[in-house]
Structures are given as structure tokens and as C-alpha cells.
Ligand binder design. Structure first.
Ligand code: SAM
Length: 326
């Protein structure tokens, strides 16, 4: 159980008397607490939780409990979307780790909700309260775009929302990956693993590949769908923990990825290890994995174990692009 949930449990008597909604849930325990009538998360945390970019508050909620997201811009995005759904002022509790930016979160919260009051603190977390007032919400005000291309292709417009990896800018590693792939003919099918704002998907779809994109984050899924639509491109976009939602038996010519090295706010290489080890099952015979990683991340051995042949297709001071054949 997360420390934020333990802190909320100290308020369980009050919560049991309220009709409250949990937004940006980060574990399975909080949504089952007494009084919780609706819970939302960006990625699946428990059965019954609404996995979506933005929450949809049910009628009659008298308290919103918001778990502090990793980025303050994402916090403001959620606050603005919540304020857009209110028809009268509603109490909002913000809970987050002291070292995870709760102080900055309180400052941002005060912009939307006036005075912020401390309710409790324990287990290196803090719980604060404020009154959130209704305000019009427009998704376009929160949308950022940037351009990306592969080789001599015309530039494409990529749509990004707060909370998506590298919000609003092309990642340097992804740019190197796109350049490395530029001289190789686009294959028939591509699986974009951890699609973020959909940069790789859009570029490969524009080059003529049939694209399937997946990401564990509902916000990334929404951004990738918007990116494909903005460029009149087709593709299948799945909300999926690694390959879980890929149809059983489906195989692709290429898997392309700038893989995650975080799980939520925890740094981990475990997801990429699973991604590499299971990749051959998702590849057609002769298929390839293209993967970009920070120099110094130890993926080479895992790639050598899983694949018949591995080369470094490009590198610079910070990043390395691997190309591995099944
Ligand atoms: C480094 S970002 C790359 C995003 C995008 N492809 C790009 O190049 O800009 C890694 C992505 O992996 C996603 N991710 C993290 N854990 C995942 C998992 N278990 N399954 C699928 N995607 C995951 C993150 O949400 C994030 O969008």
C-alpha cells in the first residue's frame, strides 16, 4: 500500500461520511476505502477504476481526493479538467509525498482554489485541502504540438498532453532513432512499444507501415490517437501493459521503441528487460527490434541473449540505437 493511502486512511471516519471521488489513483487500496463512489487512474491499478486521461465526476460528489501526479503541469491539467465539470464549488484534497513536490503542488493548487489548508502529514506525505471553483475547461488550451520527421519525409505534427513523456518536445533519443531508421525501407507492419505522444507511430504510418501502438498510460493513448488523426493517418492504439493487449499470436516486422526506465515515479529497468525478452515472440521470422537507450543503460547483454544478431545502428554522446534481428 502506498504511503499516500496510509495517510488517507487516517481520515477514514471523515471519508466514510462523504461521497468522494479519487482522481489519479496510484494503488489498489485507496479506491476500496469507504465513501469512495468513483475512482480514476491514468493506468490500471484495480478493477472498477476508470482508466482514462481525464476523470468524469459523477453527480453529487462532495469531495475530490487528488493524488499528486509526477509533473506540476499534469496536476494543473487535472485541476482544470475537474473545475470544468463542477457546477458549484467543491472541496478538494491533494495528497502527495513531501519529496515528490507537494510544496509546488500546493502553490499550483492555490491558483485554482484560493486558500490551501494543511490537514495532516505522516509517512513523508502531506494532505491539504482547498475549495475548487467551477471554471470553463478547454482541452486545446493544454495541448502542445511539435514536429517530427524520418529522413526526407514531410514533417508531421505531434500532439501531446500534460503527463505524456517529454510533453511538447521531440526527445533527443527518439530523434536519433528516427534518423537511424531513415535509410531503411519501411516494413509492412510496426509495433510501437510505449508510444507516448505517438511520434514513432505517426512517422512509420506516414512511411506506409501498418502501425499498432501501445502504452500503459491512457494519456499517452489519447495523445497518439490525436497525433494520428491530426495527420490523417490510420493505426491501432492500445492501452496495454507491455504486450498484454496485443491480440494473441499477432506478429510484426518491426518492434520500435524508446523504452521506459520509470514505473510511475520509480526508476526501473525491469520493464525494458521484459520488453526485450518477450520481443522475439511478437516478431515475424526475420523481424527486427529497433531500440534507443541512454548510453550506459545495460541492455546489450539482454539483447544478445534474446536475438540472433545485434548491432549499434547509431550513437551519439548520450544515446545509442540498437537494431536486433530475430
Ligand atoms: C521513453 S517514453 C517514449 C515515448 C515515445 N515513444 C517517444 O519516443 O517519445 C516510454 C513510454 O513507455 C510507456 N510505458 C511505461 N511503462 C509501460 C508499460 N509497462 N507498458 C507499456 N508502456 C509503458 C510510458 O508511458 C512512455 O510513454
Amino acid at each position: 500500500m502506498e504511503n499516500t493511502t496510509r495517510l488517507l486512511e487516517r481520515q477514514c471516519d471523515e471519508l466514510a461520511d462523504r461521497k468522494w471521488a479519487l482522481v489519479n489513483a496510484n494503488d489498489a487500496a485507496a479506491p476500496s476505502m469507504s465513501g469512495c463512489v468513483y475512482s480514476h487512474a491514468d493506468r490500471p491499478v484495480a478493477a472498477g477504476v476508470d482508466v482514462a486521461m481525464l476523470p468524469t465526476l459523477p453527480h453529487g460528489v462532495d469531495l475530490v481526493v487528488l493524488l499528486l501526479p509526477k509533473s506540476l503541469e499534469h496536476l494543473e491539467f487535472l485541476l482544470a479538467a475537474l473545475a470544468g465539470q463542477l457546477d458549484q464549488a467543491c472541496e478538494l484534497w491533494l495528497v502527495g509525498p513531501t519529496r515528490g513536490g507537494i510544496k509546488g503542488g500546493m502553490t499550483r493548487l492555490s491558483r485554482y482554489a484560493g486558500q490551501v489548508r494543511s490537514l495532516d502529514s505522516a509517512r513523508h506525505c502531506k494532505l491539504v485541502s482547498a475549495m475548487l471553483s467551477p471554471q470553463p475547461f478547454s482541452l486545446s488550451a493544454w495541448t502542445r504540438t511539435f514536429s517530427a520527421r524520418r529522413g526526407a519525409q514531410p514533417a508531421l505534427e505531434v500532439t501531446s498532453y500534460p503527463g505524456v513523456f517529454n510533453h511538447g518536445t521531440l526527445d533527443e533519443g527518439t530523434a536519433l532513432l528516427l534518423d537511424a531508421m531513415a535509410d531503411v525501407a519501411a516494413p509492412q507492419t510496426v509495433l510501437d512499444v510505449g508510444c507516448g505522444a505517438g511520434v514513432i507511430s505517426a512517422v512509420m504510418a506516414a512511411a506506409g507501415s501498418g502501425v499498432t501502438a501501445l502504452d500503459v498510460s491512457a494519456t499517452a493513448v489519447a495523445a497518439t490517437q490525436a497525433t494520428l488523426a491530426a495527420n490523417q493517418l490510420a493505426g491501432t492504439v492500445l492501452q496495454s501493459d507491455l504486450y498484454d493487449a496485443v491480440a494473441p499470436g499477432a506478429q510484426f516486422n518491426w518492434l520500435v521503441t524508446n523504452p521506459p526506465f520509470h514505473d510511475g515515479s520509480e526508476r526501473t529497468l525491469g520493464i525494458t528487460r521484459r520488453l526485450i525478452e518477450s520481443a522475439p515472440q511478437l516478431l515475424l521470422p526475420g523481424g527486427q527490434l529497433w531500440l534507443v537507450a541512454n548510453q550506459g543503460l545495460a541492455y546489450h547483454d539482454w539483447l544478445e541473449k534474446a536475438f540472433a544478431r545485434v548491432i549499434v545502428a547509431a550513437e551519439n554522446r548520450r544515446f545509442r540505437v540498437y537494431r536486433a534481428w530475430h
